[in-house]
Structure formats: structure tokens, C-alpha cells
Design a protein around this ligand. Structure first.
Ligand SMILES: Nc1ncnc2c1ncn2[C@@H]1O[C@H](COP(=O)(O)OP(=O)(O)OP(=O)(O)O)[C@@H](O)[C@H]1O
Length: 247
């Protein structure tokens, strides 16, 4: 197990208006697995990711890390968790070249400049992009390429956990499938767990090992993908299945 959430609740706001974004959630993430978190907008998926990364603190309950590196200092631990978001432009400086974007975490780690750029080239190859892209700027790359660049940058820190928050939502179905296949291949090539956050249930079969379904901040169903999708226990999961093209 790399981490578990123990009865985590997160509330925002003050006495006048309190939003309970996460309600008493207990979940564990295992080593080398792809865990999908599915739910509609506002169900609390991103808040859960922020709690895991440490960007938010639980109001109640605990997030407990278990993997080998968890005894490291908080800053080292944070590097072991990398986040990739729906909109890669939000995390990319438009004036920088791709090589600077991919190499940035390495440069912040004081890796020497020419070595960081050499590694950036290797990282691009790992996400199946040509090295020529190193000299381009984000505006000269497609949406799918930018998402691969964001993944390459995340991989530069050899994360124990990659959190992919709606990373394919802005992509066409073919590019979406390509990116998910890339994540599957990367997970096979290196030891890494992936928390895949999505509202698109149809992308999960054949991709995620386990999943949790969230509704109004609570987990309504959790289990192995095939069991849950083959025989859902909750009416909500059944409704989600009926609403998508999965059969
Ligand atoms: N910083 C915050 N302050 C107040 N309320 C917040 C904050 N962050 C999230 N919320 C609320 O918590 C609830 C869960 O939001 P969250 O962004 O986690 O949902 P989500 O499932 O990721 O949605 P989406 O798919 O639209 O991103 C929502 O009602 C949201 O308005």
C-alpha cells in the first residue's frame, strides 16, 4: 500500500456557509495500480486529490503514507507525488521552450543545465514524442502533445504516485485513448501508481485496476473495475453506467 485515507472529511467555508466537499472517505492506494476516481462535477474528486498531495488538510481523519520514501522530509515526499491537470496550459509558461518546461523540476533540483536538457530529450522519448519538440513553444504543440509534455515533466521526478486529474477531458476520443494507453505503458515500464480522476466512466474498463465512485463527497462504491462495472451495487453507479456508452 502506498497510502490510505482514514475517515477523511473536508469542509470549506465559515459558519454562515459550510460546504462539505469530502464526507468520511476511507480509501487505500496500492503500489503499481491504476485507481480511478469517478464522479460528476462537484462530487469532490479534485478536493480528494488536493488532500492526498497535501495542498489541503483534512477537517477530520488522516491521510497516511506507507511507501518506502514516506519517511523523507515533506518536500521530498511532495516530489514523489506529481499532478497532471486537464488544462496543460495552466501549468506551462507560454514563453518557454518545451525543453525548459520539461527540465524545470530537474533544474529546481539543481541538476546541471545541459544534463537537465539531455534528460528532457529522454523524457520526451518516453512519452513517445520526437526530440524536435524540445525547441518549440507550447503554442506550437497540439493539445495531446501538450498533455504528453506535462506527463514527461511529471515523470522527471520519478514519482511513486502520478495523479491524472481529468487529463483527457479536453481531447478528442482517439487522442484520449492514446494518452491512456501511454499511461498504461509507462506504468508497466516503471514502478508507479496512478490515480486517474475522471467523470467519463467509459474510459475506465481495460485501463484502471480498481475504482471508487463518488457522489456528493462520499464514496458510494469501490472495488475492482470488472466487478463494479459488471455488477454494480449502488443505484448511482448503475445510473452512471446507463448514461454512458459502456455495455
Ligand atoms: N477552496 C474551496 N472553497 C470552497 N468550496 C470548495 C473549494 N474547493 C472545492 N469546493 C467545493 O467542494 C465541492 C467539491 O469540489 P471538487 O472540485 O472537489 O469537485 P470535482 O468532483 O473535482 O468537480 P469537477 O469535476 O467539476 O472539478 C464543490 O461543491 C466545490 O464547490
Amino acid at each position: 500500500m502506498i497510502l490510505d485515507l482514514q475517515r477523511v472529511t473536508k469542509r470549506f467555508g465559515d459558519r454562515d456557509r459550510i460546504v462539505t466537499a469530502i464526507r468520511d472517505v476511507s480509501l487505500s492506494l496500492l503500489e503499481d495500480e491504476i485507481f480511478a476516481l469517478i464522479g460528476e462535477s462537484g462530487s469532490g474528486k479534485s478536493t480528494l486529490a488536493e488532500l492526498i498531495v497535501g495542498l489541503q488538510k483534512p477537517t477530520e481523519g488522516r491521510v497516511v503514507w506507507h511507501w518506502d520514501g514516506s519517511g523523507q522530509a515533506a518536500a521530498d515526499r511532495r516530489r514523489q507525488v506529481q499532478l497532471v491537470f486537464q488544462n496543460p496550459d495552466r501549468s506551462m509558461n507560454p514563453y518557454w521552450k518545451v525543453k525548459e518546461i520539461v527540465a524545470e523540476p530537474l533544474l529546481l533540483q539543481r541538476v546541471e543545465r545541459s544534463e537537465a536538457f539531455r534528460l528532457a530529450g529522454e523524457l520526451l522519448e518516453r512519452v513517445r514524442l520526437p526530440r524536435e519538440l524540445l525547441e518549440r513553444r507550447p503554442s506550437e504543440c497540439s493539445g495531446g502533445q501538450k498533455q504528453r509534455i506535462a506527463i514527461a515533466r511529471a515523470l522527471s521526478m520519478s514519482p511513486a504516485l502520478l495523479i491524472a486529474d481529468e487529463i483527457t477531458s479536453a481531447l478528442d476520443p482517439t487522442t484520449e485513448r492514446d494518452i491512456l494507453n501511454l499511461l498504461l505503458a509507462l506504468k508497466r515500464e516503471q514502478s508507479m501508481s496512478i490515480l486517474y480522476i475522471t467523470h467519463r466512466l467509459e474510459t475506465i474498463p481495460g485501463f484502471a485496476d480498481r475504482l471508487a465512485v463518488m457522489k456528493d463527497g462520499a464514496v458510494v462504491e469501490e472495488g475492482y473495475t470488472e466487478s463494479v462495472l459488471g455488477a454494480p451495487n449502488s443505484d448511482y453507479t448503475r445510473a452512471l453506467l446507463d448514461a454512458c456508452s459502456y455495455s
